[in-house]
Each structure stands twice: as C-alpha cells, then as structure tokens.
Design a protein around this ligand. Structure first.
Ligand code: FE2
Length: 376
C-alpha cells in the first residue's frame, strides 16, 4: 500500500497491489470518522458542509500501518485517521459504465424457472429463529417476493408476518383488506374474474412498496396466484426495443382511483421509473387504474402505445410467470415496486378468502442490511 498527495493537496492517491484509487480532499474531510465529526454512539455526522472550509486540502499523509492512513488537513490544522479497508470499500474512482436499466447487485432477476426453487419458508419456524427469519427476508429482498407456509389460519394472522420485519401501511382500504367474492365489488379484485399481472395502487404517491396476501380459505377451484419480475421484464424490453424502453421510462403515465365516495387518488409517474443515472427503481403497470395519458407529445403517442403493448406482452409471456396455489395458512409477500401479481380465474362455487395489507420495503432492507453487518 502506498499513498501520495497531488494537485496542491486536493487529491490523495491510494495505491494497492493492483490499482490506484484517487480521493478528493473535500470528500475525505467530509467522511472523517473522528469524534468531532461523527457521533461515537450513533455514527451520525455532527458537521454540515458549511462547517468545512471550501479551501480544505491535505498537507501531510502518513501510512501508520497497512490498514491506517493519517491525513493532516489545512486550514483546520486537523489530523484524521482512516481505515484503508473503509476507503477501499467506498472507493469511487472507477469507470461507471452503466447503461440505462442497470440494477443494483443485491437483486437477482428470475423467470418461470424459479418455480422449481421458490423463495419459501415455514412460518412457524421463522418466528422463533432469527437466523432463519433473516435468511428468508434476504431472499424476499433479492427476488422481490417470498412465500410462507404452515402459518396459523386465523383472522389477522397477516399482521404476524409483517411483524417479522416492519409495519403496516394503513390506507383508505383500512389496515388490511379482505379479498373474496362480493356481489357489488368496488374493485375487480373482489370478483372471480382473472386479473392481468399488475402492481397495486399506482395512483398513490408514494405507492405502498410491499404487499402481503394471506390465505384463510381456499376451496373454490382455480384462483392460483401468479407473480412476474417487473425488473426483468423492463430489461427484456430494453434489450428487445431500446426505443420502447426509452418511451416508457421518459414519459409519465397517469393513474387514478375514484371508486369510493370522497376518494380521488391521482398520480403522474412513468411505467418504468429510472434513477437519474439509469438504475431501474420502479415499475407501475395496472390497466384498471390507468387514467388518460396526456404527458406524451402527439408525435410520440402512437409509438408510446406500441411500447406499452410490447411491455404488456412481455409481462403476459408464460415464460415469465411463477404461479402457485395458496392454501389456508399460506401467504406471499412481494415488492410492489418491482413484482407484478395476478390471479387466475376461480369459480364462486366454493369459498376463497384472502386478507391483504400493505407495508414498506425500507424496513425489509433495513433488517437485511443490519443482519449482514452483524455477521460482519
Ligand atoms: Fe392487486
């Protein structure tokens, strides 16, 4: 390991056996871990950028050991130690050749072949076993969905599943909603009809980022649940037609739900949402609550509809579908910003009763990340 300061103290070079990483003095100063910069207990930064001089630069650098660098900053006249391993973990001096539609590395894409190895666990075992719970939550984060078997058959049992990692998101549908055949449904979900794969509630801002569906009765034939990886579908669209991908990610669709008195939920968001650097961060697809699209210029509207149709064809492709039948005491949990869900038609001759609720994925990822840090 070698270090070198260049550019009048503005840049530090950290050289390993294989690579040189450059770091800016202002970045290093902002990321100091001394007690005056960071709270020793909770790790929160105690300084704002305005507290750090604009002309911050490094006047001296020393390798105290293989894993410890000491830098001296002026004009503060301040020495700070850095773990080289921390610096290497946070190195940013690398080519960022990311094409639009890239995904973070913790995510694994899937298609119908995942049916042979579902991200599934036994609910009764997870409740007393934090390791097993964390392993299942990691799969839910990685694949965007997971199934649980062998849970209690009890009204409200779905809350015990949410308790594994997070909190219920209450909406105008309540803290949970009942999914069963109704005579005068306010929503198609409550009839026996087959439903196209969709994400829920795209008319909310923000959308509920996770959904849980828990089965309490299932004697009616049919009604299998199905899931599709929307991120994989978005990447397929990009690879099959970059222009279509560009249209669906560049222009906003509109969604609305006004099916209840006193409710008029509206949103304006793209069907494929990208971060400014092109990362796929969300998919919205729901024919039932799509409102008139008015944000696509006239000259692109016909192509936009072609792109919308193409995306729908990929989502309807049976090679993308993972389906399973939920028995009483079984449930599935999914990332509603990534995974689309659907239900095959079922007859009203028997009974089918599911309870559903919304929750959020920040709590899921928090559990996953915290468990990973504890493992070291
Ligand atoms: Fe739904």
């Amino acid at each position: 390991m070698q270090i070198r300061i260049t550019d009048q103290g503005q840049v530090m070079h950290l050289q390993t056996a294989t690579q040189i990483h450059r770091f800016h003095a202002i970045w290093l100063r902002d990321n100091a871990w001394d007690r005056a910069t960071r709270d020793a207990d909770n790790g929160q930064r105690l300084l704002a950028l305005r507290d750090i001089p604009r002309d911050t630069h490094v006047v001296a650098a020393k390798l105290l050991s293989e894993d410890l660098v000491q830098l001296h900053f002026m004009p503060e006249d301040k020495s700070v130690n850095y773990l080289t391993s921390w610096l290497l973990d946070h190195a940013y001096d690398q080519p960022q050749e990311r094409q639009p539609g890239w995904l973070r590395e913790q995510i694994t894409l899937w298609d119908s072949q995942l049916m042979t190895d579902l991200p599934e666990a036994d609910f009764s075992r997870l409740q007393g076993d934090n390791k097993a719970r964390d392993a299942w939550l990691r799969k839910v984060a990685e694949f965007g969905f997971g199934k649980l078997t062998n849970g209690p058959i009890r009204d409200g049992a779905l809350y015990d599943v949410v308790d594994l990692f997070g909190y219920v998101r209450e909406t105008n549908y309540g803290t949970h909603f009942e999914v069963r055949v109704e005579d005068n449904p306010v929503n198609l979900a409550y009839t026996g009809a087959a439903i196209q794969a969709h994400t829920d509630n795209p008319y909310r801002d923000p959308v509920p980022t996770m959904q849980l569906l828990y089965c309490l009765q299932s004697s009616a034939p049919g009604g299998e649940n199905m899931v599709v990886d929307g991120y994989y579908a978005a990447q397929r669209l990009r690879d099959e037609s970059p222009a279509a991908f560009n249209l669906l990610s560049r222009y906003c669709a509109r969604f609305e739900f006004a099916g209840e008195k006193g409710v008029c939920l509206q949103s304006r968001r793209p069907m494929i949402e990208l971060a400014p650097d092109g990362e796929i961060i969300g998919v919205r697809f729901n024919n039932r609550s799509a409102a008139a699209i008015t944000d696509v210029p006239f000259e692109h509207m016909a192509d936009y509809y072609e792109a919308y149709r193409h995306f729908g064809e990929i989502l309807d492709d049976s090679a993308m579908e993972v389906f399973f039948r939920l028995e009483p005491g079984e449930c599935f949990l999914f990332d509603n910003t990534r995974v689309l869900h659907a239900r095959k038609a079922f007859s009203g001759s028997g009974s089918r009763w599911l309870q559903g609720c919304y929750t959020d994925k920040d709590a899921l990822w928090s559990k996953v990340n915290a468990a990973q840090r504890e493992e070291g």
